[in-house]
Design a protein around this ligand. Structure first.
Ligand code: 5GP
Length: 210
């Protein structure tokens, strides 16, 4: 049974290139915070290891997990499947650990709709400007400007989901962004006052999409 001492679920989503994965790793360094490791059917990147960054599985295994109803949420993102298995998450929450989820908007929606008895805080991370985003996306794939342009188009579709999150945080500077997230988490947990300006965010999204 969920209780007062249970951990909190903290979801971070963002369009590609906003720096979310780095932020999740920074947050996981805090005492009592752990990252939920997802299953995926995508191939590992050279710097990634199995059971640490992801559980890399084939489509057959992923479908078996779906059929066994082991996923708390799952989604298809860029032609690959990604999902969060339920048991490790619930076990950690019951032990009082706060669980961090680096998942897309589809997964965030699914977790929200489950209305579990655990506290859930959702964050959407945005880049400071279109120019910075384009620069970040181009740096990842120096060879191919077209890829960056394609991702910019994807960004314009993904950004529309900001409205479904509790908080939108702009990643203008990693340290500042990290502090803003921690302050909001602490304010949520202690029911304290929140330093959050929705109008400012609305204007920022308008600038990013105009
Ligand atoms: P990447 O392939 O770059 O690691 O991740 C691609 C996208 O999939 C990112 O937006 C990431 O947050 C999302 N993602 C990673 N794991 C999961 C998961 O378990 N569920 C969902 N819904 N999305 C995930």
């Amino acid at each position: 049974m969920p209780s007062e001492n249970d951990g909190v679920m903290i979801v971070l989503s963002s369009p590609s290139g906003a720096g979310k994965t780095t932020l999740v790793k920074m947050l996981s360094k805090m005492d009592n915070y752990e990252i939920s490791i997802s299953h995926t059917t995508r191939q590992p990147r050279p710097n990634e290891s199995n059971n640490k960054d992801y559980y890399f599985v084939n489509e057959g295994e992923f479908k078996r997990l779906i059929n066994n109803q082991e996923f708390l949420e799952y989604a298809k993102v860029f032609n690959n499947f990604y999902g969060t298995t339920r048991t490790p998450v619930i076990d950690r929450l019951n032990k009082g650990k706060n669980v961090l989820f680096d998942i897309d908007w589809q997964g965030a929606d699914q977790i929200k709709n489950k209305k579990l008895d655990y506290k859930l805080i959702t964050f959407f991370i945005l880049p400071p400007s279109k120019e910075v985003l384009f620069e970040r996306l181009s740096n990842r794939d120096m060879k191919d400007k077209l890829i960056a342009e394609e991702r910019m188009k994807q960004f314009e579709r993904d950004v529309l989901h900001w409205i479904n999150y509790d908080y939108v945080v702009i990643n203008d500077n990693l340290e500042n962004c990290y502090s803003r997230i921690i302050n909001l988490i602490n304010a949520e947990i202690s029911n304290g006052s929140k330093d959050y300006d929705l109008e400012y965010i609305r204007n920022h999204v308008e600038k990013l999409t105009s």
